[in-house]
Design a protein around this ligand. Structure first.
Ligand code: PEP
Ligand code: MG
Length: 747
């Protein structure tokens, strides 16, 4: 960046600052601002477009375009170049605007005379406010410096309080904040909580976006970043080493805190005239805008980590620590757009519940919430607009419901539910050591699903017999690079050690479809759920699977080992994968490693095709585990992630149950043991019907073991089967109504 442009942009900011400090009506000031920017940048036009509502922008001030067009010209997001800047929240710089794709000429503005166009978003921490545009007659492309300078100016504009008067929405907000509201989100962690709203981010107020003395600001930034690095190092030092996920997240923090690129961008912002905190916020805004457009879930998570770190830095710079907001109330329920795992760990177990406006089920924060057993609802759209600090709130993590300022009747019903849940937990604890034995003497083995070290402490307390599904992909999904064989072996060893001799079924890497690993190049696929995933990837790229098999064999170190391959659709895939395992056993033996004393190799049945595989398949497999989540979506051809169809077909549909029954028969005929490890196994009525169809092993989330066991111990499976058969005989679509009716009669 040249000295000249640097001081030019500082001069421009100083002029803006004095305009902002002067009195005057909002419109007058906007007009003056467009004049100053246009003059300083040597462009004929400077215009400010602001959002009127979520989809509409309005020309609110201009120098250079027709004055009559102000507050008249409107465009939709995505429409014309201005609309495209708003849609993408990224600058558009064109020397020949009329020939750009999507150019739309607004005749009332007289803009046809202007050839070149530069538009940048006006945004504040992911909140879209508008678009700032300069245009010139001559066909020139604006330099990177100019683009940058305009972005800095847009940042200062975003801090102007009077923009709020122009940006639409908001007027009716205060009345809205009195009413009870029920919002629905996604289930992040089950459980129920009653408490008081505590907003994670009371807005950090930046009172000085423009700074006089860049040297002093650079020094402030450097000191704050140094402090930040020290605190991240301290967090890393004190993080329990066994918690690999937590350590990994903190390592990502350290990487960002030491990132030269991040630092350099902020230093440049400062040399252009921004204060240190405004520079941090500008980079944070840009990262948030990127976050909304990045399709890759893993990269989005990394951007959240950066966001988390920026918040910490802002608090260090402004001194507005967590104590500047409201006092932390008793029974706090934390509300945030997103929260980083480190911040969540700072709050720790003091929280009663967590509600996120965004977030995701697979995010690091969700992993931490689960490990701390705090009810969490994610994707709760609107919660941050609706909630105020101190509002009473009920969080139903089982259903993904959030009640803000609930009516008394709702609160009472909710408290009843919590009391029933507490009583049920006591009941479950009392049968923890007892088998899931039905009244007719059939014993169903109940196992738990796991995927993280943090899940394993539940093994002794849940009443599970072992781990029926260990999803190994989580270690691959939560890091930047392929994990090393040694690391995996150490992790699998800890898993086996904590299982204390109970069987753990390790599923080999199940990636693809919705599980995206950032360091593996993946083809663009029209339909990833039907695409290159799970065993298909494992067989085509055997390196990773072989490394995983070696790690498992070394971790077992002589102990029994159980592995299964995901998403096997035909016999040959199983024989190939099994051969790979057998060859790995040989090569490990040759390297001097102790082989497992016994081993079992199974397949997941997740596509209907495998149920019709040759008899030899069932004879070769030691066991089969039905991956009901996938099997059901392919059986009914209904996407498990698509809200429009995913609940359309009942698991207790006669066709599906009959299909399960046939699989039971095939496994029995070949003496392969059979389990069911999809989510439905953890739903008591479903579990009962599967048992009635002949399943003798089910694997589920730890919290489901109690409810499932409790129901199974109260029923006679022969009667259940008779009820199901009767419903089938009369042509029922689902056996659910008949089974429910029968259960009611039992009570
Ligand atoms: C399943 O498909 O049922 C299963 C257990 O695998 P996942 O949910 O991990 O795809
Ligand atoms: Mg599956």
């Amino acid at each position: 960046m040249s000295e000249r442009t640097e001081s030019e942009s500082r001069k421009l900011l100083r002029r803006l600052q004095s305009t902002l400090a002067e009195a005057g009506a909002g419109q007058e000031r906007l007009d003056r601002i467009t004049a100053i920017i246009g003059e300083s940048m040597g462009t004929e036009v400077c215009s400010i477009y602001l959002f009127r509502d979520e989809q509409t922008l309005e020309l609110c001030a201009t120098r250079g375009l027709a004055a009559e067009a102000v507050h008249v010209t409107r465009m939709r997001v995505g429409e014309g170049l201005v609309g495209r800047v708003a849609a993408r929240m990224r600058p558009i710089n064109s020397a020949d605007a009329p020939s750009e794709r999507g150019f739309r000429y607004m005749p009332e503005t007289g803009e046809e005379r202007f050839t070149s166009f530069l538009g940048v978003p006006i945004q504040r921490l992911g909140e879209k406010l508008g678009v700032l545009v300069v245009q010139s007659r001559e066909a020139r492309s604006y330099s990177d410096d100019e683009v940058y300078a305009l972005e800095v100016v847009a940042m200062v504009l975003a801090e102007m309080t009077e923009l709020g008067a122009f940006v639409g929405e908001g007027a009716a907000m205060s009345a809205r904040h009195q009413q009870p509201v029920m919002l629905t989100g996604g289930i992040g962690q089950e459980g129920a909580a009653e408490g008081t709203v505590y907003l994670h981010e009371p807005r950090v107020v930046i009172t000085n976006p423009i700074a006089e003395d860049p040297e002093a600001e650079l020094k402030r930034l450097k000191e704050a970043v140094d402090q930040l690095r020290i605190s991240v190092d301290e967090m890393l030092d004190s993080a329990p080493k066994a918690n690999a996920e937590q350590v990994e997240v903190l390592q990502a923090y350290r990487m960002f805190a030491n990132s030269r690129g991040w630092m350099r961008r902020m230093e440049e912002d400062i040399s252009r005239g921004l204060s240190a905190e405004a520079a941090v916020e500008k980079e944070q805004s840009a990262a948030r805008a990127r976050m909304q457009t990045v399709p890759d879930a893993y990269l989005r998570e990394r951007l959240h980590d950066l966001d988390d770190l920026s918040n910490r830095l802002l608090r260090l710079l402004t001194g507005q620590g967590q104590d500047t907001g409201a006092e932390v109330p008793d029974n706090p329920v934390l509300l945030a757009r997103n929260i980083g795992p480190a911040e969540l760990m700072d709050y720790g177990r003091s929280l009663k519940g967590i509600v996120l406006e965004e977030g995701s089920v697979a995010s690091h924060a969700a992993i931490v919430a689960r490990a701390l057993a705090i009810p969490l609802v994610v994707h709760t759209k609107g919660i941050l607009t609706e909630a105020l600090n101190g509002d009473p709130i009920l969080v139903d993590g089982d259903l993904g419901h959030v009640h803000l300022r609930p009516e008394d009747t709702v609160a009472t019903a909710f408290r009843d539910k919590m009391a029933m849940r507490a009583a049920a937990q006591e009941r479950y604890a009392s049968i923890r050591e007892k088998p899931a034995e039905t009244l007719d003497g059939t014993v169903i083995r109940l196992n738990m699903n796991a995927g993280l070290m943090a899940d394993l402490p539940s093994l002794p307390t849940s009443g599970a017999e072992g781990v029926g599904l260990f999803r190994t992909e989580l270690q691959f999904l939560t890091r930047n690079t392929v994990p090393k064989r040694g690391e995996l072996a150490a992790l699998y060893k800890t898993v086996m050690d904590s299982a204390k001799g109970k069987r753990v079924v390790f599923r080999t890497l199940d990636i693809g479809s919705d599980k995206v690993v950032p360091y593996m190049k993946r083809p663009e696929e029209p339909n990833p759920a039907l695409g290159w995933r799970a065993i298909r990837v494992g067989l085509d790229k055997p390196g990773i699977m072989r490394m995983q098999l070696q790690a498992l064999i070394r971790a077992a170190n002589g102990r029994p080992l159980t592995i299964m391959f995901p998403f096997v659709a035909q016999f040959e895939e199983f024989t190939q994968a099994r051969d790979m395992f057998l060859r790995t056993l040989e090569s490990e033996a040759a390297l001097g490693h102790t082989l497992p004393e016994t081993y079992e190799v199974g397949a997941m049945l997740e596509t209907p095709s495998l149920a019709f595989a040759p008899q030899q398949f069932f004879e070769m497999a030691d066991f089969i585990s039905i991956g009901g989540n996938d099997l059901k979506q392919f059986f009914f051809a209904a996407d498990r992630e698509n809200e429009l169809v995913r609940r359309r077909y009942d698991t207790l549909n006669v066709s599906f149950l009959t299909f399960i029954e046939q699989i039971v028969g095939r496994c029995q005929s070949a003496d392969a043991w059979l389990s069911f490890c999809g989510e439905d196994a953890g739903r008591p009525i479903e579990a009962l019907c599967f048992a009635a169809m002949g399943l003798r092993s089910l694997s589920m989330r730890p919290a489901s073991i109690g409810p499932v066991k409790s129901l199974l111990r109260r029923v006679d499976l022969r009667e259940a089967r008779a009820v199901i058969n009767e419903a089938r005989a009369i042509g029922a679509q689902s056996v659910r109504p008949a089974v429910m009716e029968w259960l009611k009669r039992q009570a």
